[in-house]
Write a protein that binds this ligand. Structure first.
Ligand code: KIV
Ligand code: ZN
Length: 515
């Protein structure tokens, strides 16, 4: 791998996964990691191995699977944390340990109850331990932007002396501004001992809506790694959005001295869609780069201009981010080869049982719907990959509803290899379906949110349903896609229940759900 000017450190699977409802199971994490590899990110922060067995397994599986990116595991400075991260990434082709401790007086006093000297000793010990396990060690000073600048110099110099190769300066609470952050990076580069031998990294949260602007200001001050997430997901208001930073560097190259990333920008949209399908969290319509309206010209004067010359109102093309929308792709006579080729063109590598499931879904859809778009195929793939290895499988739904009498739903599931079936009635059809599924699975979870949206335009569009449920404070989102919205609803609920089962099996109820 040749070294890019700006390294993209993707933390969708770690900081991103910490946002409410964005938790993913093992298969989903591996599928997303494969897409991140295609996208061309340099480092994938795959998880926080000490947090749970599930996190450990995911980091380990991704480390084994991915060859084209460095795989990183997060650890606090504790000995057990670093040890667990080292074990999780040990089979990676390129492994990194990312260790961190808070450095602001606010955190030292109220959270860590440690003195500055104790923090320095921890940094030295943890970085040395990590460095004994891997060559590539990143150190982060949590809450750096509210820390004393001179103390930061001491902390980072200690990390460098102990062997850190990347120094990360997080704006943990999204507090800084572009000018201040740029000045801080320049100050640290100048003052940290042997600062010229390491890479400075930035990690911004979006509480004031400044995460991307702050990251770009830091690049102008010499930062050479940006930590970010697909769709900008992450704690609270989210992290720096990967697609926005990458496209800003590309589109305004002259503003950044031509500094570029290794990202294949045509994979941006497929990555965004895959993440939304997996988590069920859709991006806002006006989200830069990947939102539904990002390339839609509504005003007549704009439409007229774009038709005459796209450059009048378009600073990037939808194609440059892999968004060849509304393209008729396949019909009901298309065979396996055409289907596989099209999926590959869209960037999906779907194999084995997942491929068979996806192909069957495609054939059923092609029978029901005249026109099939790229968005339909993306939805089919996400739906088919999600169901592999689940505890409950949706089998069938028979629904009776209308203006006369209460609706009733007969639902059949495959429950660990055996067919189970029941019938329930409810206030509306969705209520009836959910009651039947809840009886069959004996779930103790509570329904938090139910949402439907159409995958494409047109009355025959597939419906995409997302269902948010919660049990013991753990919140998950399930997703289901089908041309019949009621079937999509049943699938979404079953998907959510599978995710909950997966998390319950791997996490103790009282363990920390993030950092
Ligand atoms: O926001 C933060 O400070 C973090 C660190 C672990 C880098 O996510
Ligand atoms: Zn963070």
């Amino acid at each position: 791998m040749s070294e890019p000017a700006i390294r993209i450190f993707d933390t969708t699977l770690r900081d991103g996964e910490q946002s409410p409802g964005c938790s993913m199971n093992l298969q989903e994490k591996v599928a997303l990691a494969r897409q991140l590899e295609r996208l061309g990110v340099d480092i994938i922060e795959a998880g926080f191995p000490i947090a749970s067995d599930g996190d450990f397994e995911a980091v380990e599986a991704i480390a084994k699977e991915i060859e084209g990116a460095t795989i990183c595991g997060l650890a606090r400075t504790g000995e057990m944390d670093v040890e667990r991260a080292a074990r999780a990434v040990e089979s990676a082709r390129h492994a990194r340990i990312h260790t961190f401790i808070a450095t602001s007086d606010i955190h030292l006093e109220h959270k860590l109850r440690m003195t500055r000297d104790q923090v320095l000793a921890e940094v030295d010990r943890a970085v040395r331990q990590a460095r004994a396990a891997v060559e590539d060690v990143e150190f982060s000073a949590e809450d750096a932007t509210r820390s004393n600048w001179d103390f930061l110099v001491e902390v980072f110099s200690t990390a460098v002396e102990a062997g850190a190769t990347t120094l990360n300066v997080p704006d943990t609470v999204g507090y800084t501004t572009p000018k201040e952050y740029g000045d801080l990076i320049a100050f640290l580069r100048e003052r940290v001992t042997r600062g010229g031998e390491v890479a400075f990294s930035v990690h911004c949260h979006n509480d004031l809506g400044l995460a991307v602007a702050n990251s770009l200001a830091a690049i102008r001050s010499g930062a050479r790694q940006v930590e970010c997430t697909v769709n900008g997901i992450g704690e609270r208001a989210g992290n720096t959005s990967l697609e926005e930073v990458v496209m800003a560097l590309k589109t305004r190259s002259e503003e950044f001295d031509g500094l570029d990333t290794r990202v294949t920008t045509q994979e941006i949209y497929p990555s965004s869609r895959l993440l939304s399908s997996i988590t069920g969290v859709q991006v806002q319509p006006n989200k830069a780069i990947v939102g539904d309206n990002a390339f839609a010209h509504e005003a007549g004067i704009h439409q007229d201009g774009v038709l005459k010359a796209a450059i009048t109102y378009e600073i990037m093309t939808p194609e440059s981010i892999g968004r060849a929308s509304n393209e008729l792709v396949l019909g009901k006579h298309s065979g396996r080869h055409a289907f596989r080729d099209r999926l590959e063109e869209l960037g999906f590598a779907v194999e084995g049982e997942d491929f068979e499931r996806a192909f069957k879904r495609f054939k059923d859809l092609a029978d029901a719907k005249k026109v099939i778009y790229n968005e339909d195929l993306e939805a089919i793939v996400a739906d088919s990959v999600q169901t592999a290895g689940d505890r409950y499988l949706f089998e069938s739904l028979v629904l009776t509803c209308g203006s006369d009498g209460p609706p009733s739903a007969k639902v059949a599931l495959d429950l660990e290899g055996g067919r189970v079936e029941t019938e329930a009635s409810g206030v509306g059809p969705v209520d009836a379906i959910f009651k039947a599924i809840s009886d069959l699975t004996a779930t103790g979870s509570e329904l938090i949110q139910y949402q439907v949206h159409a995958v494409t335009a047109g009355l025959d569009a597939q419906g995409e349903v997302s269902v948010t449920i919660e049990e013991d404070g753990r919140r998950v989102i399930g997703n289901g896609v089908h041309e019949d919205v009621m079937v999509a609803s049943a699938k979404a609920y079953v998907h959510a229940l599978n995710k909950l089962e997966w998390h319950k099996a791997r996490h103790a109820p009282d363990e920390p759900k993030g950092i």
